[in-house]
Design a protein around this ligand. Structure first.
Ligand code: FAD
Length: 457
């Protein structure tokens, strides 16, 4: 069908001998740090552009929020991180860390599911230990990435100096690796009657602390990890919390175990001028705030590829193995797009793969073969009636994907205990959303992890 037919674009891949290249990496979060480390290990020259003043990306907590609480105003000053103050990881640290750099406790926060500051500490240690931090140009925002006719990439950046002067320059690179994260551009739910509804709306991107919700009646839309955490955070202060979950169509409202002020509902049916919110289950409440915990959009405002790479209903494409646009490979790549995964090991393997390809050590299939692979994925999704926006949700095959990347790199890949720990944690989280971070039964996997870490530490 036409939707699965991809344009075959004349290859811009220069024929180069096996050698090193000058590569720009955009972003110094987990993905950018990992990409830079692997690129340098392969002998490439790397510059990391980072808008913030330190490494860590999402894991740099800030109390600052955006001027538009829904995060929709394109003129807003973007706050990158979506962390809330109380956030603890939703994966055990052994499972979450990079494959060759165990995420072990170092004193301040020894919990297995630590708070966000401990993750930032880990990423800062990673950057320091592998001397990646010296490759970062901090306070430097990439505003345009454009491919030039001769196969080079023009990277335009701007930096605000201490004296308030703006520095604005363009530099040429042979390749660009995009690692700008995908939890900063909110997606909001469509709600009937919302224009006339008088209450306040906010996206979880701009949620930090529960105190402002004191005595309020709050609706939380969504069922993601953030929705689960935030609803419980807020329930300690709010008058009532109503969770609207579109995946539940009958049998609600259900009072949540352990709470006398929190209910689970089906989705919102309508909202009204008098402040009422009516749910599809027929119940209603007079509501002060609607919080959208409805996820994010992939967003590359700086990227100009003459339509070769597009974002269509949150499908970034065409991308071979979620990394390379076939006609621009290997000179343009994306690290960290897959979601519902264990992100750090995944970006580590993607980084090894792309760095090896750039140096000519690992081969890519032909452009035609890469396109066929992408088309096969799109067709499979179409047959399964899976909307495009789930293209990079690889929860059904994350470990096969990791394994495939590892085998391309001749790397042993993700350990068996890590896979089993991920599955055990997923089950524990569903069964005990309140306590999974402090009570578990995978001691045998933990013991195997610690045994493995001994070899690395
Ligand atoms: P980011 O960390 O977002 O880094 C992107 C970087 O790019 C940022 O530093 C940003 O400033 C920079 N940047 C963006 N645009 C530009 C530009 N134009 N110019 C220059 N720099 C730019 N993962 C887990 O493993 N465990 C968890 O428990 C977990 N919990 C999470 C909870 C929340 C609320 C969220 C939002 C995410 C969570 N994640 C978790 C996933 C998390 O996103 C990944 O762990 C990881 O941080 C992603 O790294 P990244 O490098 O892809 O993106």
């Amino acid at each position: 069908t036409s939707s699965v037919t991809l344009r075959l674009v004349s290859s811009l891949v220069p024929t180069v001998p096996m050698s090193s290249h000058r590569i720009a990496v955009i972003g110094a979060g987990a993905a950018g740090l990992s990409a830079a480390r692997e690129l340098r290990r392969e002998g490439h020259g790397v510059v990391i552009f980072e808008r913030e003043s330190k490494v860590g990306g999402t894991w740099i907590y800030t109390p600052a929020v955006e001027s538009d609480p829904l995060g929709l105003d394109p003129a807003r000053t973007v706050v990158h991180s979506s962390l809330y103050d109380s956030l603890r990881t939703n994966l055990p640290r052994e499972c979450m860390g990079f494959l060759d750099y165990p995420f072990v406790a170092k004193g301040d926060d020894n919990r297995r599911f630590p708070g966000h500051r401990e993750v930032l500490r880990y990423l800062e240690d990673f950057a320091r230990d592998f001397e990646v931090d010296g490759m970062v140009r901090f306070g430097t925002e990439v505003v345009r990435v454009r491919m030039e006719g001769d196969g080079q990439w023009a990277v335009r950046w701007r930096r605000l100096g201490r004296d308030g002067d703006e520095d604005d320059k363009e530099e040429l690179y042979e390749g660009v690796v995009i690692c700008n994260g995908h939890y900063s551009e909110p997606r909001v739910a469509e709600i009937p009657g919302i224009e006339a509804w008088p209450g306040k709306q906010i996206h979880s991107h701009n949620y930090r602390v529960p105190d402002p919700f004191q005595s309020k009646v709050v609706v939380i839309i969504g069922s993601s990890a953030s929705a689960v955490d935030i609803s419980r955070d807020i329930a300690r202060f709010a008058e009532e919390v109503h969770i609207a979950d579109r995946s539940i169509t009958e049998g609600t409202p259900i009072k949540q175990p352990g709470y006398d002020n929190m209910w689970l509902h089906s989705m919102i049916e309508s909202t009204h001028e008098d402040g009422t919110v009516v749910f599809q289950d027929g119940s209603s409440a007079n509501v002060d705030v609607i919080m959208h915990c409805t996820g994010y959009k992939f967003h590359f405002p700086f990227l100009e590829t003459d339509g070769i790479v597009t974002v269509d209903d949150n499908r970034v494409g065409p991308l071979y193995k979620h990394v390379f646009p076939p006609s621009l490979a290997p000179w343009l790549s994306f690290v960290g797009l897959p979601w519902k995964v264990i992100p750090f090991p995944l970006v580590e393997l993607q980084s090894k793969w792309l760095a090896g390809i750039l140096s000519g050590r690992i081969a890519l299939p032909s452009q035609e073969e890469m396109i066929k692979d992408v088309e096969a994925l799109y067709l499979e999704m179409e047959i399964a009636r899976r909307p495009k926006r789930y293209t990079h949700d690889i929860s059904q095959y994350q470990f096969e994907y990791d394994y495939w990347l590892a085998s391309e790199c001749e790397h042993p890949g993700v350990e068996e205990w890590r896979k089993q720990m991920y599955v055990a944690n997923g089950k524990n989280k569903i069964a005990f959303p309140e306590s999974y971070r402090d009570k578990w039964e995978d001691e045998h996997l933990l013991a195997q992890a610690l045994q493995d870490f001994k070899k690395l530490l």
